[in-house]
Every structure is written in structure tokens, then in C-alpha cells.
Design a protein around this ligand. Structure first.
Ligand code: IPE
Ligand code: IPE
Ligand code: MG
Length: 241
């Protein structure tokens, strides 16, 4: 049977810290190992013809971590942007950062803007990195945009509906998220794409992110293909009962 390849896969890359702990290493070492898994999965997703891959790299709550870990994560992000963007561009990947980047230092903000600009006309995989992203922040910033449209007299109260909201939220120009993968054994969303995941299939695995590989990704796609997606409807074959 031919497989359905989800258009948009989003991943909560969890478990770097535990991976490091198992090896008596620093959490930062786990994050570096996590970056290697990112490289592998980005290449593989493109090969599997996924149109959009969205990776949760840093949540709006991750600032609560000890300062040395936050610094290590931000340095790793800067390192990855400096090192990988050329290669992503060569591979026709379009890179987007989603989240409140105004909280990052100007150097990082600059790198983000340059990377997005460099890759904006690429037609291959769309890679979204969620950095200082929170689903609640996303909903609030959408509500603010809508309020400002209303204050400017561009819309009236009657114009505000799900479609309008959906037209201002992050990734409104991209296909719906169809599959969310969370590694690391926790069964929660941790403030990831709250609006966008309304009808996504959720796949949880105990595999820690640095150990997640091509075969793990393929397994998630296989499981996705066994799911029956009803979107609140009933299936035709059940109507006779
Ligand atoms: C996920 O790994 C990466 C980020 C949140 C940046 P963790 O750092 O949360 O790893 P665990 O959950 O402590 O193992
Ligand atoms: C979610 O992982 C955030 C990212 C993977 C970037 P966390 O490790 O921060 O989530 P919680 O704290 O277990 O909910
Ligand atoms: Mg975690």
C-alpha cells in the first residue's frame, strides 16, 4: 500500500538532558548531540518529501532554566546558524524562525533575519525552528494583531472568526500540522503549537531526542498511517450502524 506522507510534521525534541545524564555528561553535551539529530532528521524529512518540518528548539518557558544552560542553548543556536545555513541553502531549504525573537541578543536576531532572507526563495523543504516560542504567546500576538486591525477600522467585530484568526497566527501560510512527534517519553504539549495542533495526530516515543534517527522518523510516519482521522465526522462505513 502506498503511504500517505504528512505535509507538515512538527517535533518536540525532548530528552537531551536525560541523554547526557545517562552518560554522566553535562546537559550542554546533550544539546550538542541533539543538534546532530536535527541534521539527520532535516535531511531525512526532505528525502521523504515532507513539505514542512517544524522543530521546537526553545520554549518561552525554557528561560527558567539555569543561566548556564540557557547560555549554552543560545550559543548552540548561534553556532548552528553560522554553520548550517549555507548548507541548508544549497539544499534548497527555506528556513523560518517562529517565536518572539525580540528577546534574543541583537547578534542572534541579525543572524536569524539574514538566514531567513538568504533562503526565502528556496522551493524545497520548509524548515521552521520554534525559538522562544509559546503557543499562548502565538495566540496572544494574533489577538493583538486583530485588535489593531479593528482599532484601525480595517475590520469589524463580525469579521473576527476562526478563518480570520487562522490568517494571522504563526505559519498561517503553510499546510496544517498533521503529525506531532514528541520524543523523551513525556505525554504533553508543553505550550507548543496550541492553535495549529487542533486536529494533528500525536505520536509519543520514549526515544530520547539525540537517539532519534531516520528509522525512528519512518516509524512515526508508519504509525501515522494507521490512524483514522475523523475530524469530528463519522466514516461512511459506520453510517449504517
Ligand atoms: C529538550 O531536551 C531540549 C530543550 C528543551 C531545549 P531537555 O533539555 O528538555 O531534556 P530533558 O527533558 O531534561 O531530558
Ligand atoms: C519542551 O521540552 C520544549 C522543547 C523541546 C524546546 P521541555 O523539556 O521544556 O518541556 P517540559 O518542561 O518537560 O514540559
Ligand atoms: Mg525536557
Amino acid at each position: 500500500m502506498t503511504q500517505y506522507i504528512p505535509n507538515h510534521v512538527a517535533i518536540i525534541m525532548d530528552g537531551n538532558g536525560r541523554w547526557a545524564k545517562q552518560r554522566n555528561q553535562l546537559r550542554a553535551t546533550g544539546h550538542r548531540a541533539g543538534l546532530k539529530a536535527v541534521r539527520k532528521i532535516v535531511t531525512h524529512a526532505a528525502k521523504r518529501d515532507i513539505k514542512v518540518l517544524t522543530l521546537y528548539a526553545f520554549s518561552s518557558e525554557n528561560w527558567k532554566r539555569p543561566a548556564n544552560e540557557v547560555t549554552a542553548l543560545i550559543s548552540l543556536f548561534i553556532y548552528a546558524l553560522n554553520r548550517e545555513v549555507k548548507n541548508l541553502n544549497k539544499n534548497n531549504v527555506r528556513l523560518n524562525i517562529i517565536g518572539d525573537i525580540s528577546k534574543f541578543n541583537p547578534n542572534l536576531q541579525n543572524l536569524i533575519i539574514k538566514a531567513q532572507h538568504l533562503t526565502e526563495n528556496n522551493t524545497g523543504l520548509i524548515l521552521n525552528i520554534a525559538a522562544n516560542y509559546g503557543g499562548r504567546w502565538d495566540i496572544v500576538q494574533s489577538a493583538k494583531k486583530i485588535a489593531s486591525h479593528a482599532l484601525d477600522g480595517k475590520i469589524t467585530l463580525q469579521d473576527i472568526n476562526e478563518d480570520y484568526f487562522g490568517s494571522v497566527i504563526c505559519m498561517n501560510d503553510l499546510p496544517e500540522v498533521e503529525l506531532v512527534i514528541r520524543t523523551g517519553g513525556e505525554y504533553r504539549i508543553s505550550n507548543f503549537l496550541l492553535w495549529q495542533c487542533a486536529y494533528a495526530e500525536l505520536y509519543f516515543t520514549d526515544t530520547l531526542w539525540p537517539d532519534f534517527n531516520q528509522a525512528s522518523f519512518d516509524e512515526a510516519i508508519n504509525i501515522f498511517n494507521t490512524r483514522e482521522r475523523r475530524f469530528g465526522d463519522v466514516l461512511n462505513e459506520d453510517l449504517s450502524c
